[in-house]
Write a protein that binds this ligand. Structure first.
Ligand SMILES: Cc1cc2nc3c(=O)[nH]c(=O)nc-3n(C[C@H](O)[C@H](O)[C@H](O)COP(=O)(O)O)c2cc1C
Length: 186
């Protein structure tokens, strides 16, 4: 696939089925991630792959965080939180390791991890792998960070859900460049 064509056409895939991307496809996606722009070469990213039974463990983490937020959560809601990671055969947790640097504030490091995530999405699209970046209700809850084993200086920026595209490809809403771009004249 031509690179620009891929960039212009990429869509997220909410419905994902087995099989998960294989090791070779994952390697290509992570190599793309590692080419993200990165001020002072801090390499502020860390990724966790979560598949198989580990998805159930992540569902337990989500449910624990949701219960910490709302102790009287209905049983159906708890079951729903537990099932969230089962929406794809493989998830990639996006983690920003915020490092102290005199010229690189935390926001720039978060942007780098965001750019790495976008590179993963673009590479997935080029490989025919379905993918969607999700955060959801408990992404930023401290119990979620704790359950994933994050350190004090680490932030969870979401998960890329990945798998084989299910259903028909989503229609893209055409956007006009002129609605978002103007020439600044001073
Ligand atoms: C940081 C971030 C978090 C997101 N979290 C969610 C989410 O929890 N649930 C959801 O439906 N979409 C979420 N999205 C949006 C989807 O990933 C996707 O971009 C959106 O559905 C538009 O589809 P498109 O990428 O095909 O244009 C998130 C996007 C970003 C950048």
């Amino acid at each position: 696939m031509d690179m620009l064509q891929g960039l212009h056409q990429r869509v997220s895939t909410p419905q994902l089925t087995e099989p998960a991307p294989d090791a070779e496809q994952l390697e290509k996606m992570f190599q793309a991630a590692l080419r993200a722009p990165d001020h002072a070469r801090l390499r502020p990213w860390r990724f966790l792959t979560i598949s198989g039974e580990a998805r159930h463990a992540l569902g337990e983490v989500f449910a624990k965080a949701a219960l910490a937020e709302k102790p009287d959560l209905a049983p159906e809601a708890i079951t729903r939180f537990k099932g969230l990671p089962l929406r794809a055969p493989l998830l990639v947790a996006l983690i920003c390791q915020v490092k102290q640097h005199p010229k690189v504030p935390a926001v720039e490091q978060q942007l780098s991890v965001g750019a790495a995530a976008q590179n993963i999405l673009n590479a997935a699209y080029a490989l025919g792998v379905g993918a969607m970046w999700r955060t959801g209700a408990v992404n930023y809850h401290p119990e979620t960070a704790k359950g994933l084993g994050l350190s004090e200086n680490e932030q969870l920026l979401g998960f890329i859900y990945m798998g084989t595209p299910g259903g028909s490809a989503k229609k893209q809403e055409p956007l006009e460049t002129k609605d978002y771009v103007t020439s600044w004249q001073g």
